[in-house]
Design a protein around this ligand. Structure first.
Ligand SMILES: Nc1nc2c(c(=O)[nH]1)N[C@H]1C(S)=C(S)[C@@H](COP(=O)(O)O)O[C@H]1N2
Ligand SMILES: [Mo]
Length: 413
C-alpha cells in the first residue's frame, strides 16, 4: 500500500528551529564521500553503475553523482513510498563548492535591500513570529532531471529520474517580506542570493531573479521548514525560496539576500545560463542552431509507474495493480491515463488524495497480464492547462524539461 499520510506531524515550533544552534558535519564534504554500495542506472550513455553513499550529513542512502559540490540523486524506490519525499533522501544539487558547513541561527540575517523604502535585516525569529505562516506542497525538480536518458547525449549531470522531490514547505510569503520593506515604483525584478560562494573570485555568484509580479504573486515563499522539519543543510538551511510550478533553479537555497532591482538582472545565472529554445516544450532537432532562447521557467506534466520495474516477470492471470506518482508541473494533475498495450489504448487511472496543485499525486490502476509475452506499460499525465506528456522525447542542448511518456517493459509468464 502507498502511504497516503501527510509527512510526520512533529510540529515545527519556534524553539525547535531556534534551538538548533548550528548544523555541522559538512567538513566531510571536503573528503571523498565513501561509496558503500552501488545501484544500476541503465542510462543510454552509461555509466550503468553508480555508488550509493551515506556519507553526507542529514542524508540517508543517496545515489552519488558528484562529491564536490554535491550532486546526490534520490534512489527510485523512495518514490513508491508516498507522495512526500523524506528530507533525508531528498536530492541535492549545488553549483559551487563553497557551502557553509554550519549556519548559526542566532546571527543569521536575511537582508532585503535595493529599490525599497526601507532596507531590512531580518532574523529567523522575525520571520517565524512576525509574518503569517503559509504551508504548501510543491514538487522541487531540477531542470536537468532525467538528462541521462537524453539521446543524442548532452553535457551536464547525468541524472536518472531522481533529481526531483515533493515536500510540504512552510514559511512566509515573499510578498509579505517585500511589502514590509516597501517596494518603490519602478522596480522590475527581485534578485535572490544564498550563502554559498563561487570558488574563484571572478566566477559568477549563484543568483536568480524573478519578475516583481511573480515575486509578489503570493505563492512564491521563503520556506523555513520542509515536511515539518527544519531544512537539511544541503537543501538550504535555514531558508530557501520555493517557486511553485517552476524548475528548482529558481529555488535559491540558504537564502540570505533579496535585492529589488530597477533594471533587468544581467547576471550570468539569470540571463545566460538556464535558457531553453523558445519552441513548444523546448523541443528542437538535435544540433539545430539559430533558435531564439528564453529563460527556463514553468514545469511540464510528468508521471511514473513506481511499484514495478522494467524487466519484472509477472504471472498471467494474476492481478498486479499498478501505482505511481504524477504531477502537473505549473498546474494541477487533471488526468492520469494508463496503457497496458504499448499505447494502443488508454484507460483513466484512479487519482489519490489531492495534496495541492503543485504536489505529487498518487494514482492507481488495475492490471492483470492476459497472455504470455512482453507487455509495455505506459502512464501519461494531462495537467490543468491541457498540456499532455509527449509520445516522443523532446531534445535540447541542455537536456532540460524532459517529460516523454514513460514506459515499463515487463514480461508476462
Ligand atoms: N544557493 C543556491 N541555491 C540553489 C542552487 C545553488 O547552487 N545555490 N542550485 C539550484 C538548483 S539548479 C537546483 S536543481 C536546486 C536543488 O535543490 P535541492 O538541492 O534542495 O534538491 O537548488 C537550487 N538552488
Ligand atoms: Mo537544477
Amino acid at each position: 500500500m502507498l502511504n497516503d499520510a501527510p509527512p510526520r506531524h512533529g510540529s515545527l515550533t519556534r524553539r525547535r528551529l531556534l534551538g538548533a544552534a548550528s548544523l555541522g558535519g559538512l567538513a566531510v564534504l571536503s573528503h571523498r564521500a565513501l561509496a558503500q554500495t552501488s545501484v544500476n542506472l541503465p542510462l543510454p550513455g552509461g555509466p550503468g553503475e553508480r555508488p550509493i553513499t551515506t556519507a553526507f550529513p542529514q542524508k540517508g542512502p543517496m545515489i552519488l553523482q558528484r562529491t564536490r559540490p554535491p550532486l546526490l540523486e534520490t534512489p527510485w524506490s523512495v518514490f513508491d513510498q508516498g507522495v512526500f519525499t523524506p528530507n533525508d533522501q531528498f536530492y541535492v544539487r549545488w553549483h559551487w563548492a563553497m557551502i557553509p558547513a554550519e549556519v548559526k541561527v542566532e546571527t543569521f540575517r536575511l537582508t532585503v535591500r535595493g529599490h525599497v523604502n526601507q532596507a531590512l535585516s531580518l532574523s529567523l525569529q522575525d520571520l517565524l513570529t512576525g509574518l503569517p505562516r503559509v504551508d504548501l506542497a510543491a514538487v522541487n525538480q531540477c531542470s536537468g532531471n532525467s538528462r541521462g536518458f537524453v539521446t543524442p547525449r548532452v553535457p551536464g549531470a547525468q541524472w536518472a529520474n531522481g533529481a526531483m522531490g515533493n515536500a510540504l514547505w512552510s514559511g512566509v510569503r515573499l510578498k509579505d517580506v517585500l511589502d514590509r520593506a516597501g517596494v518603490k515604483a519602478g522596480a522590475v525584478q527581485v534578485r535572490l542570493k544564498g550563502l554559498d560562494e563561487a570558488v574563484m573570485p571572478d566566477a559568477p555568484q549563484f543568483m536568480k531573479s524573478l519578475s516583481l509580479d511573480h515575486a509578489r504573486d503570493g505563492e512564491v515563499m521563503i520556506a523555513y521548514a520542509m515536511n515539518n522539519e527544519q531544512l537539511p543543510l544541503l537543501n538550504g538551511f535555514p531558508l530557501r525560496l520555493v517557486v511553485p510550478g517552476w524548475y528548482s533553479t529558481y529555488w535559491v537555497k540558504m537564502l540570505s539576500d533579496i535585492e529589488v532591482l530597477d533594471q533587468p538582472d544581467t547576471n550570468f545565472w539569470t540571463k545566460s545560463a538556464y535558457t531553453i529554445p523558445d519552441t513548444p516544450n523546448a523541443n528542437i532537432a538535435p544540433g539545430q542552431t539559430g533558435v531564439a532562447m528564453v529563460p527556463i521557467s514553468r514545469m511540464n506534466p510528468r508521471s511514473f509507474i513506481t511499484n514495478i520495474a522494467s524487466g519484472t516477470s509477472l504471472p498471467v492471470g494474476r492481478p498486479a495493480p499498478l501505482r505511481g506518482i504524477a504531477f502537473g508541473g505549473d498546474s494541477a494533475v487533471a488526468a492520469v491515463d494508463v496503457s497496458v498495450d504499448g499505447g494502443a489504448s488508454w484507460v483513466a487511472a484512479q487519482l489519490g488524495k489531492d495534496e495541492g496543485t503543485y504536489s505529487f499525486r498518487q494514482w492507481t490502476a488495475p492490471f492483470t497480464p492476459k497472455a504470455a509475452g512482453p507487455v509495455k506499460l505506459m502512464v501519461r499525465c494531462t495537467n490543468g492547462k491541457g498540456a499532455v506528456q509527449p509520445a516522443t522525447p523532446t531534445w535540447n542542448a541542455s537536456g532540460f524539461m524532459r517529460n516523454v511518456i514513460e514506459h515499463t517493459d515487463i514480461v508476462a509468464v
